[in-house]
Design a binder for this molecule. Structure first.
Ligand SMILES: [Fe+2]
Length: 300
């Protein structure tokens, strides 16, 4: 089968492992603007950003890193076809039991693991919040860009880039968006990153690069619908004394206006606005030579 037909619909949720649950609660609710779900327990924090029940889950545990990524499929049949395809690639994939599906608030899920040890949870039919309890942020002017575009994107730090790219492109059937090969900072090391998208077309749901950091995740990104919310969040983070990875700036490939802060787990969060949506039949893959058009300055 044409691998483009098998591509997941969107990136539905992130799961992080952390021993810093109280810090994450303040970080995602009061600074980023997500809403904490009443599905949260002493063992895990659950956050909402739209009508989907779970978008970010922080599970109590060691490591402070990316634990799992949820990939949504639009139909039961599309999920089954993908599972067949993955089995044909000789990759181990198992069906999740009812308890697990309930904990993720999905109807059905299968789990496989990538070469860096991150779980990929392929699912169908996420739970939706009732209208009388709809998403509300305590700090944002408008909302998140999510729904069928998914939760956001992430940059995976690949131990072996060939193995990881093979996993994303050949096993998960992610579509190629573009490449960036350029200096992280003037005169600094060259970063080579491959950006990939899903069916609904957020410019990238995942990018892969080999980065000299002791984590599987460089950053994840959440996108706002209003540019002013990026500025307001920037001010909230500044006020809170947060550590910035990069100041405000603009990426040439996804056209994202954004900044980067350190999360309570040490990896980054990019908060952005304006990222483009790919129209599949008009898309041409390019290579960019700069990470940013302007800004994204790293604090000295
Ligand atoms: Fe990003």
């Amino acid at each position: 089968m044409n691998s483009n037909k098998l591509t997941p619909s969107n990136l539905g949720y992130f799961v992080f492992k952390s021993d810093h649950l109280p810090e994450w609660e303040v970080f995602l609710r009061d600074l980023v603007g997500m809403q904490i779900s009443d599905r949260s327990t002493d063992e895990q924090l659950v956050f909402r950003m739209d009508r989907q029940e779970q978008r970010v889950v922080i599970e109590k545990g060691d490591g402070d890193d990316l634990s799992a990524v949820g990939w949504e499929f639009e139909t039961d049949e599309a999920l089954d076809e993908m599972v067949e395809h993955i089995k044909e690639q000789n990759i181990n994939i198992v069906e999740a039991d009812q308890t697990f599906c309930d904990s993720r608030a999905v109807k059905k899920a299968y789990i496989c693991t990538d070469p860096d040890g991150v779980n990929h949870e392929l699912y169908f039919a996420a739970s939706i919040i009732p209208m009388n309890n709809s998403f509300k942020s305590s700090v944002m002017k408008e909302g998140f860009l999510a729904d069928n575009m998914g939760a956001g994107h992430y940059v995976a730090n690949a131990n072996d880039i060939e193995l990881s790219l093979n996993f994303y492109r050949k096993v998960l059937c992610m579509r190629l968006s573009d490449f960036i090969k350029g200096e992280v900072a003037p005169g600094g090391p060259i970063l080579e990153a491959t950006f990939m998208h899903t069916k609904t077309g957020r410019h990238h749901s995942v990018a892969c690069a080999t980065i000299p950091i002791p984590k599987k995740l460089h950053h994840f990104m959440l996108q706002y619908e209003d540019m002013n919310d990026v500025g307001l969040a920037y001010e909230r983070f500044k006020e809170s004394g947060a550590t910035f990875f990069m100041g405000l700036g603009h990426h040439p490939n996804d056209q994202m206006f954004s900044f980067y802060v350190q999360t309570p787990s040490g990896f980054g969060l990019e908060i952005g606005w304006g990222g483009i949506i790919i129209e599949e039949n008009k898309w041409e893959v390019k290579t960019y030579t700069q990470l940013s058009d302007w800004g994204h300055e790293q604090p000295k």
